[in-house]
Structure formats: structure tokens, C-alpha cells
Design a protein. Structure first.
Length: 266
């Protein structure tokens, strides 16, 4: 049976050019190329930047086939390949010179007065006030109260997401081989009136983080999941935990996380 590869791209001219080139070369190598998931799809390729990659994963509902990215954006941390490496990639893929890096996303269960909504995140889940003002949140871990937080918000990231918003917020870069959750405060207040932790909290992936508005006037909370905003009213509790879903990142042999970090951040 002919193997299919799904290829997507953003709408930038450069990405479309790369998509057409990749489609032609994959077809010449004997693959059926589609823009949707077929029954025999073996690989999903996203062309663009990190934002396009995240959107692709969400668009295809965290499909369990291997996924990789070709970078036509700026930072391109997820995408280890540039358009000039397409021929090398196809050769390596045919010869199975790659490995699968398994990523565990986050799950957020958002309970309001009227509904319960579950959302999955690859990088991070951010909880903020819908307006640009201080948010007051009650934080519990595994049923134990940790703090009454005051500040701009709280960010919970995966190890693979530690290099994204978490890093900009002052959180630590985490090796993706570690199984942990990182909770990073965003502009925490630490005064005589309000006392909050000012550094990240590192937790095992068995932990359940529960966050709820501390005061009644916190009626509207903004939840940002991998850059996409969701506004909820009358939130009673947000529970964040390791998801049962998995993302299978295809990495070519020779890929090394810390080399990638040094290339992109130093």
C-alpha cells in the first residue's frame, strides 16, 4: 500500500513555495502527499514557524502519528530542519535514520458555574485577568494550599514548552527528558500587602494543580493555551495536570536538545 505523508503550511509566500517543493520531491520518492490525514498517513509535516507547528498539532487533534516541522519562520525551536535540508531529510526518512521523541502535553479542566471544558496544551497554559490588572488566585497542589497569588498571572509549562513563554517569564529551561511540570509566576507581587512566590515551582507529573479566583470580583479569567486565548466567566476552579495524550516528534539522528538551545538562545 502506498504510504501517505500529510503536509501543511502557513500562508506566507516562502512557506507555500517550500510546501510545493517538498510535495514534488516526496511524490518523486514514491509517497502520496495530502493536506489531510489519510488512513495510511505515516507522517505529518508542518511548514512555518513554531506557531504554525502548534496550530497544526491542535488542528489535527493531537494525532498520534509522528510529526515534524520545517522552519520558514524566525526562532523555529520545534523545527530542526531548514528548507535547504529537504533532500537530506527525505533520504534519512527513507533509510529510517531518525528517532521518535515522545512529548506529554498538559490538560486543563476548567469548571465554571455552567460548564466544564477540557483544553490540551503542548507548551503552556497561562491564567490571567481578562483585563490588564492584577489577578488574585488561590493555588493548591494535590489538595494542599500553597499560596494566595497576586500578580499578572500564572504559567504552567511542559518541559518542551520551557523555552517558550516560560523562559521569557523568568522560568527555567528544562531538558525534555525530565518528567515534570513547571509553574512560573508572571510579575508576582511580594509586598507587605501581598506575599507570593517569586520563582518557579517544579512539580512531578503526578501532581494536580488547582487554581481558583480568590476574590468574588475576579469574574472573568483569560486562559491562554499555546498562544490561543479563551475567555471564561464565573470560573470556580481550573485543574491542570499531565495529559494522557502523546505527541510523537520525529527527530533525525544527531539531534541534541542542548545544542539546539545554544544555537537558538546564545
Amino acid at each position: 500500500m502506498e504510504k501517505s505523508i500529510t503536509v501543511t503550511s502557513n500562508r506566507l509566500k516562502q512557506s507555500i513555495i517550500v510546501k510545493d517543493l517538498l510535495t514534488r520531491k516526496l511524490s518523486e520518492a514514491g509517497y502520496n502527499v495530502s493536506d489531510k490525514i489519510e488512513n495510511n498517513t505515516k507522517l505529518l509535516i508542518s511548514i512555518g514557524g513554531d506557531g504554525s507547528f502548534l496550530q497544526t498539532i491542535h488542528r489535527f487533534s493531537f494525532v498520534d502519528i509522528p510529526v515534524m516541522a520545517i522552519n520558514t519562520g524566525h526562532l523555529g525551536f520545534f523545527a530542526e530542519l531548514s528548507p535547504s535540508q529537504i533532500d537530506d531529510f527525505i533520504k534519512a526518512y527513507i533509510n529510517e535514520e531518525y528517532f521518535i521523541q515522545k512529548i506529554s502535553p498538559l490538560e486543563a479542566s476548567i469548571r465554571t458555574k455552567d460548564q466544564c471544558v477540557n483544553i490540551t496544551a503542548i507548551n503552556e497554559i497561562v491564567i490571567k485577568n481578562v483585563k490588564s490588572r492584577t489577578v488574585h488566585l488561590d493555588l493548591q497542589v494535590d489538595g494542599i494550599k500553597i499560596e494566595s497569588f497576586s500578580g499578572d498571572g500564572m504559567l504552567i509549562s511542559t518541559p518542551i514548552g520551557s523555552t517558550a513563554y516560560n523562559y521569557s517569564a523568568g522560568g527555567s529551561i528544562v531538558d525534555p527528558n525530565l518528567n515534570l511540570l513547571q509553574l512560573t509566576p508572571i510579575a508576582p507581587m511580594n509586598t507587605n500587602a501581598y506575599r507570593s512566590f517569586t520563582s518557579s515551582i517544579i512539580l512531578p507529573t503526578t501532581s494536580v494543580i488547582a487554581i481558583s479566583p480568590e476574590y468574588h470580583f475576579e469574574n472573568s479569567i483569560l486562559i491562554v493555551v499555546d498562544g490561543t486565548q479563551y475567555k471564561f466567566t464565573h470560573i470556580e476552579e481550573i485543574r491542570v495536570f499531565k495529559s494522557d495524550k502523546r505527541i510523537n516528534l520525529l527527530r533525525l539522528n544527531g539531534y541534541e536538545f542542548w545544542t539546539r538551545v545554544a544555537e537558538k538562545f546564545l
